[in-house]
Every structure is written in C-alpha cells, then in structure tokens.
Design a binder for this molecule. Sequence first.
Ligand SMILES: *Cc1c(COP(=O)(O)O)cnc(C)c1O
Ligand code: SF4
Length: 388
Amino acid sequence: MSLNALVEDTDSLVDAAREAVCRIFGETYDPQRWGDWHWQSRHRLTRLTHFEQLLQLTPAERRGLELAPGKFAVSVTPHFAALMNPHDPDCPIRRQVVPRQEELVVGEGDMVDPCGEDHHSPLPGLVHRYPDRVLLLALDTCAAYCRYCTRSRLVAQGHLEPLARRLDRIVSYLEEHTEVRDVLLSGGDPLLFSDERLDALLARLRRIPHLEFLRIGSRVPCFLPQRITPELVALLRRHRVWLSLHFSHPRELTREVAAACDLLADGGIPLGSQTVLLRGVNDAAATLKALFHGLLKMRVRPYYLYQCDPVVGTSHLRTSVATGLQIVSQLRGHTTGYAVPTYVVDAPGGGGKIPLQPETVSACEDGVWTLVNWEGKRFTYQDPAYDV
Ligand SMILES: *Cc1c(COP(=O)(O)O)cnc(C)c1O
Ligand code: SF4
C-alpha cells in the first residue's frame, strides 16, 4: 500500500471518529467548528449518557461513570474523545480519562495529597517547597481530567477560590520573598484563562523584579490543541514564558497537536514535556520511545518521567519503581540523550522530586571507579591524584 493510501485511510477513520463524537450532541462533524476551542469546551463528554453512545463500556467503566458525579471530575474534550478506541477497554487513551470502578479502591499507602503540597502552602494555591521557586495553582479546572491526577483533591472540586480573590496576597508574598526567582503556574490548567486574564496575570508577575523565570504547566496542547492560537503564542512570547506540556502516549501526537507545537516553537516558546508512567498506558520502553521521539520531532524536549504518585484510587494505574528503572535502562544510551527525560519520584510526604536511575556506579576503590555503560559493560575512571 502506498503511503498516500495509508494517509487517506487514516483520514477517513479520523473523520468517522469525529462524526461519532458529534452525534452524541446531535451535531454533524464540521471541521471549522471542530477547530474552535470554545466549541470543543462546550461539547465535552462528562456523563455516562455521553460515553455510552461512543464506547462499548465495560461494567467497570459503567460503574465508574455512575459513581463519578460529585466524587471525581470526569470530562473529555471531543478532540481527545475521538482518539479513543470504542471497542478496546484497554485503549491507552481511554484508560487515562474514563473512570473505572477501581478508583474506589484505597490501596496501601494511598494518599489524598501525596506530594504533601498542603504542608508547604503559605497561602491557598501557593506551594513553596524549594527555596528559590514556587508553584502557583492558578485555577482548579482542566480541559479534561486525568484519572491519575496528583491534585484530584483540588481539580474541579470548587475548594480553590478564584485567583482574582487570591492574587493580591500572592503577589505581596512574592514581592517579600526576594529569594524566589522562578514561578511555575499550574493548576488546573492556566491556558484555560482567556488571553486577557492570562496577559494581566503574567504582566503582574513580570513587574516583580526578582522573578527571572516564568513557566506554565499545561495539558491544553494535548487535550485542546485548538486553544493554541497565534494570539496566545504572541502573549506567551511577550512575557518570555516557558511551557511544560503533558503527554502520555504517542497516539496523542496528532496533526493538530503537531500544528499547535509548531506555532509555539516558531513563536519562540521553549517547550518541555512531562509524562506520568502509567500501567497499561505507557509502561513499555517501545511506547515511551515512540512518544519521546515524536515529541523531539515536534521540538518538545522530554523533561520529567514521573513515577505515578500514590493518589487515592490510582493503584490500578501504577507500576512498580523496578518497572520504571527497567524502562529507563532501555532508553538511556539507546537513543538520543534529548529523548530521555529524568525519571523522578515526587517523594510522598513532601520531599520533592527525587531522580532515580539504574545503577551505573558499580564500585570505587582507591579513586578508581568501576562504571557500567548502557550495554552493561564495565569501564573504569581514575580520579585525579590531587583531589583528595
Ligand atoms: C515540580 C515542582 C517545582 C518545579 O521543580 P523543577 O525541578 O524546577 O521543575 C516547584 N515546586 C513544586 C512544589 C513542584 O512540585
Ligand atoms: S491536566 Fe494535570 S492538573 Fe489537570 S487533571 Fe490532568 S494531571 Fe491533573
């Protein structure tokens, strides 16, 4: 089969999936409407009645969706929903966003606030764990909700006051704390603010002279790539912002996502990506390699690979740390260094991110280090005599 035929075949499948999503809302697929992020936001799948029209639900998914209202947030953009395989309950896209009954299982060591963020919060929605940088939870909504979210205690729960009411105190705190040089805006998803509100927020932070580094953590380019408009890119550029994206699986790297990343990269926005290691989604070296290679092609640098935090109700989505180390050992040295993110555990209880890597130091005796390379071969490095 020629490549062209393959592309056309894929295109017709994509159109069919989009038709199916639009049908849920009694609409027909219209590429222009589909490309409008407001339309996408208004047509998110949130209820059992939405999902059962699109997917052959398993009993565990049906139960998860029945129990969800008022307990855990469920929402999927049409863009992301069209990537789900209706016939495969193990579809890696579906596993990330469709709740299952297993979310009610409280596993050993599960926590509501696994990273201990609430203990390092001088103000609501501000986490100051590391001396020189803070995490600012700008809002508590996302374009879609990940079943493994570290902040499920917060997102879509309505506990976080609107930023407008918190911002004055946050700005005063940052002005007083001259040791803070780096602000990470996250949430929730800051790119869900309107351009005007985001502009005003960034302008306010930019007026604090000791803040040298501003970044935004966002899954919008993955869930809602239509939101990445030339106007948004221009405003991010004006405020010299870095973006940390969030991707889990190579299938998420669609044409629209590639176009969004192109706009951002061409607009001068440095792009990193974070991935959570998830059982049945991306817990295989080949899957992660395809994801990381795809990201590099889109000029996105894989930054962190997270061991999944022990959030209540996520044990069915977590792997062991040994699996993580095994996967990393199949990446490091086997592919471009830029394609290998740092594998970290965000220490439960509030210890921050701890990098893990497979053992590469095998022994050290009298200044002679025995080191193991990516092929498992041993090499030695002799320390200089004067550094004792
Ligand atoms: C991850 C994180 C940061 C940023 O850490 P980097 O290693 O600089 O990316 C800052 N504050 C908190 C609370 C975090 O969880
Ligand atoms: S996008 Fe981020 S904050 Fe939002 S639900 Fe997913 S993991 Fe949580």
